[in-house]
Design a protein around this ligand. Sequence first.
Ligand code: GTP
Ligand code: MG
Length: 231
Amino acid sequence: VKLSVVIPCFNERANVDQFPTELIPELQKLDGCRWEIIGVDDGSTDGTSDALAKLPQITIIRNPRNRGLGAALRAGFAQACGEWIVALDADLTFHPRHIKDLIARQKETGADMVGGSPFLGAGGMSRVDPARRVPSLLVNAFYRGLFNRRLTSYTGIFRLYRASALKALDLKSQGFEINAEIAARLHQSGKKLQEVPVPLTTRTLGASKLNILRELRRHALLVARLCVTRP
Ligand SMILES: Nc1nc2c(ncn2[C@@H]2O[C@H](COP(=O)(O)OP(=O)(O)OP(=O)(O)O)[C@@H](O)[C@H]2O)c(=O)[nH]1
Ligand SMILES: [Mg+2]
């Protein structure tokens, strides 16, 4: 098996500098699994690409201009050659040590997607600012209603995907709503979705890229698209 770890990075130098101690050892511990890292540097101006270039097994996609998280993930997925794909935040708020939990659940269940959810059981959000936590709770509650509570987290990035199922989707999102689009489209096409509890912490290095009003608008447009078109 081969695993592609896709990491969107927009001005994340300080975090990427932690990857040799925080990410690489976790990948090396995965038994019998070959892996590659796809870093998508989306017009960073802080030397993110230079930090990515120091990593083993890395492919870097460099966008000269910032095109948003959705476009970055789509480019990363298209480049991935693994049979399995993990999407991971650059800011280490979901820790790479939990990649093995996603893989274990996939093996138990045969799922096409396994999400890491802070809303499930032992997951939890530690030290996450209420201004960040409340919109996330509301948006997820909305998607849960729309999709019969199949998942607890529709907006989280940290997931394992069967590459063939993910690549079959015609994804359109530009921003952070891409994670909800993927979960919704896999649900609509009858794929098997699973979750494991994973803690979400708050970023300690670098600045947030999230603009809540812009992303809420994008979620509203996504919901309209999901209701009108089917995969
Ligand atoms: N390639 C790319 N990555 C992005 C873009 N915006 C955000 N990201 C990355 O997506 C991930 C999530 O962004 P964050 O800024 O951490 O957003 P968040 O997790 O909702 O908010 P905080 O953790 O509170 O900052 C990080 O790895 C970012 O570097 C973008 O426009 N392009
Ligand atoms: Mg973050």
